[in-house]
Design a protein around this ligand. Sequence first.
Ligand code: A1EG2
Ligand code: FE2
Length: 312
Amino acid sequence: MTILLKCLSHTPLRGLYDPNPETAAEVNAVLDATKKEVEEFDPELIVLFAPDHYNGLFYDLMPPFVVATGANSVGDYLTPEGKLSVPEDLALDLVRFVHDKDIDVALSHRLDVDHGCTQILMETTGSLTRYPVIPIIINSVAPPFTPYRRIRKLGEAVGQFIATLNKRVLILGSGGLSHEPPVPLLSGAASEVAEFLICGRRPTPEARAAREARTVATAKIFGTSTCNLTPLNEEWDKAFMDLLASNELQKVDDFEVDVISKEAGRSTHEVRTWVAAFAALAAAGEYKARQDYYKPINEWIAGYGVMSAELV
Ligand SMILES: O=C(O)CCc1cccc(O)c1O
Ligand SMILES: [Fe+2]
């Protein structure tokens, strides 16, 4: 077994509303290098921890964790539509293994996935289908959330499964770091908004376009005094990346959901995917990590970071 880990922020605004050309070029260079590294590693399997943003999962049935044994990209923002190459039998083996380690996960044989899952696949592999991929969706956007210690345990169990495989495995974590995009909350929502959050699958093209236009409109004012969303938090992001790099993963057990939401923004919880990814790697052995990039980018509504890690 050989493992390569990559954790990347995602932002559907990349290509739709970009920062200054120097920053965009820096990120392009980091992502090009990441893709090259993945190509050289030549994974036989990708295990992808990702969030969903009310495209596949809604409050009519909102699971903490879902393993997809089949997945379909909805094609939101600039991502392509279509099936992912999910190895069904291996994904089922993973579900059985993880259950046996006392971690209950939901299962979907046909899960709709969004940019949270697909942007990182496109950026690191250039395609939705190039390599077999098992998506594991961690609820990071629709509160209430399971505690961070459960995410660490989930990652640990998945890592123990990976360690039983005689394969080169790429572990991906997608999302974060600090950010608060204009995603509605169910609590206190107007009735049409609540209806969408509970059961808004497969919106009309017009509804999707309106949602994407709202995100771009917010990006144009994000970080200014006219925007009432929680600003990016560079200090929080750096401390989080330092925690991951210094092999102190168990410290996430003290993370408090509401405190993080207030300090760094409600969607910062997408870092749960990074916690799971690093916990999976740590379960396979001692690791060394590298921070490839970080910049708070208001135009993208993202504390934008990239980290890599491998076993020592
Ligand atoms: O849910 C949506 O439509 C917008 C999501 C979104 C916006 C900005 C940065 C992100 O990382 C992100 O996920
Ligand atoms: Fe997101």
